[in-house]
Design a protein. Structure first.
Length: 231
């Protein structure tokens, strides 16, 4: 799977022009329209990987790419708002545990710990654990949600949790996600190191295509096996 993913962006007759356009869009990523178009293209990569296509998609039908990119933004925004819930709870827990009164400069005696401080600390630790779990879970599931959206072509498919969980909690997707994560981390480091000579932006685009290829292929394979084994 990894070798296929690494070679996927270099297949096809127009892969160089695709790489060039993708790199330019990456450079212009601080602007909304290029960023949306780039995300729309990555949706197309997810769909191509899920369908088992051997060559990367081209930058065609730019209007569709733009619309799909906006939909990706909506998906990320919704899941991002959901991720804020444990952070809000954590902040509230800190307000409860951390004393708001100023500490005197020269206290006459060491005051006893306030009642309930130990239990408050336990609550904060539990909330930190919840934040970590939710963050990891969303990092794992959001790419699967985008893959399901790319496969079905409907925005609602990105929130079809039963289908998303069914395809995500499989060995195929888990392996693909880990490989994509490793490729992403290494690729970002290499791209950042080469960004001074502009080559880095093309590396970053290449890595994104590989990342989404792995996610799309792993999710589709896992979902197909899950549906095949279900009664």
């Amino acid at each position: 799977m990894l070798s296929d993913a690494l070679s996927f962006p270099r297949r096809g007759d127009d892969w160089l022009s695709t790489l060039l356009v993708g790199g330019i869009l990456t450079i212009l990523g601080f602007l909304l329209l290029p960023a949306f178009v780039l995300q729309g293209y990555l949706v197309r990569v997810l769909n191509a990987a899920a369908r088992g296509e051997r060559t990367p998609p081209s930058f065609t039908q730019w209007g569709t790419l733009l619309v799909d990119g906006v939909k990706v933004f909506v998906v990320n925004l919704v899941y991002g708002l959901f991720a804020l819930v444990p952070f809000v709870l954590l902040f509230g827990g800190l307000l409860v545990v951390v004393p708001s009164d100023p500490v005197p400069m020269e206290p006459a005696a060491t005051p006893p710990p306030p009642p309930g401080s130990a239990s408050g600390l336990v609550i904060v630790v539990l909330l930190v654990a919840v934040v970590a779990v939710v963050t990891l879970l969303l990092t794992y599931l959001v790419p699967a949600a985008l893959a399901n959206f790319a496969i079905e072509g409907r925005l609602g498919a990105a929130f079809a949790l039963r289908t998303i969980v069914s395809g995500a909690f499989t060995s195929d997707y888990a392996v693909a996600w880990v490989l994509a994560l490793v490729v992403g981390i290494v690729g970002v480091l290499v791209g950042a190191a080469l960004s001074a000579v502009v080559v880095g932006v093309f590396v970053l685009f290449y890595v994104q295509v590989v990342f989404y290829y792995l996610v799309g292929r792993g999710f589709a394979a896992g979902l197909a096996k899950k549906r095949w084994t279900e009664p």
